[in-house]
Design a protein around this ligand. Structure first.
Ligand SMILES: NC(=O)c1ccc[n+]([C@@H]2O[C@H](COP(=O)([O-])OP(=O)(O)OC[C@H]3O[C@@H](n4cnc5c(N)ncnc54)[C@H](OP(=O)(O)O)[C@@H]3O)[C@@H](O)[C@H]2O)c1
Length: 333
């Protein structure tokens, strides 16, 4: 049996392109006792993968050149010599960009049991993106009914979930996204009360108009000029969750922005970095809430599905060029 992988061939500088990755076929090894074989159906594409391709450890070690690109993926167990996994189980985990994975369970995040929902959701709303939105908004940002919540990358996988959860708990929501298609998506698909096109509008002026009483919660997925503008419009006691830095494609040297201390001081605001991996003991709570809202039709999901391993070569670049409309996934099964 053949395993098709997409490996990291070269370290990217700036936005990755197809020259940084290669498709490679290898043989699937025989199973040893305690192992099982997964036929992968969907690969995730996440902005964090840009950082994982650097030769600099951050919260996880760099991917070695020649290794399959690290990624979340979902698939089905097709053979097992492991007591905890049976043929037919659907599993999600850090399986990498490969079509077949021999696992001992260490790289498995969870068994996917919501068989009534699309399997690919396990990578997005019922996976990294939904759980990040859930804990980032409710715990880190401590959003509550009546708050004005501003979200950057508002039409993306995390952002769209943040906006919709905020509406569910009774917040007023303002989404910031790039271009008219995404701002329309914010309003029509994801129920934002207002949407700002950061490519066409002055963000600080637009925030002032959309948030006359200031910003109570800023769910920051971008850093960069968008965040610099939002920081000038904080309400008293504002909470800022730094979830992602999509506007940064180079880590060395890290671009230095304006100093925000005075804005934080005057607003008595709190700014906190967030990483979903710190919440792994409580993920079941988020899965239960998100599945409930999905089944009640209270959360809409948009996916952008690419077809086949070759399409993965430029997929991370697509995210950093803003070309994805929804959760970016590569279908390989
Ligand atoms: N901390 C955590 O645990 C955690 C977990 C998951 C995700 N995240 C973060 O959450 C953020 C969103 O991730 P996602 O998976 O949902 O991706 P996504 O929003 O579906 O896609 C990334 C989006 O980033 C925006 N973008 C790209 N370059 C930009 C720039 N220079 N300035 C402003 N926006 C830019 C683009 O949207 P526009 O077209 O609207 O510009 C693009 O569509 C990322 O920063 C990611 O790293 C963090």
């Amino acid at each position: 049996m053949q395993n098709t992988q997409v490996i990291l061939a070269k370290r990217p500088v700036g936005v990755p392109d197809p020259s940084h990755f290669e498709v490679r076929d290898t043989a699937v090894p025989d199973l040893a006792a305690g192992q099982f074989l997964i036929r992968v159906s969907h690969w995730s594409v996440d902005p964090a993968m840009r950082g994982w391709a650097n030769d600099v450890p951050n919260y996880s070690p760099p991917v070695a050149l020649g290794d399959p690109m690290r990624s979340f993926a979902v698939g089905e167990v097709i053979a097992s010599r492991h007591p905890g996994y049976a043929e037919g189980d659907v599993v999600e985990g850090l399986l990498g960009w490969q079509t077949h994975v021999v696992s001992d369970g260490a790289n498995i995040g969870r068994k996917v049991t919501e068989t009534d929902l699309p399997r690919s959701y396990a990578l997005g709303i019922m996976g990294l993106n939904g759980t990040t939105a859930y804990f980032g908004l409710l715990e880190s940002c401590a959003a509550k009914a009546g708050d004005t919540v501003v979200v950057s990358t508002a039409a993306g996988a995390v952002g769209s979930a943040v906006g919709q959860i905020a509406k569910i708990i009774g917040c007023r929501t303002v989404g910031i996204a790039g271009g008219p298609v995404k701002t329309r998506q914010c309003l029509e698909d994801f129920g934002y009360d207002a949407a700002i096109d950061y490519k066409a509008q002055d963000v600080a002026e637009a925030i002032a108009a959309a948030c006359p009483d200031g910003v109570d919660c800023y769910f920051d997925n971008t850093c960069g000029p968008i965040s610099d503008a939002v920081m000038t419009k904080l309400a008293q006691g504002a909470r800022i969750t730094i979830c992602g830095t999509a506007a940064i494609t180079e880590w060395d040297p890290l671009p230095m922005g304006p100093r925000v201390h005075r804005q934080l001081l005057v607003a008595r605001a709190r700014m906190q970095g967030f990483l979903i991996f710190d919440h792994k003991d409580r993920l079941a709570e988020a899965y239960a809430a998100l599945a409930g809202w999905l089944r009640e039709g209270r959360i809409a999901v948009r996916e952008h599905v690419l077809d086949g391993p070759e399409a993965a070569l430029d997929a991370i670049g697509m995210l950093y060029r803003g070309e994805n409309t929804g959760k970016l996934i590569v279908k390989v099964g």
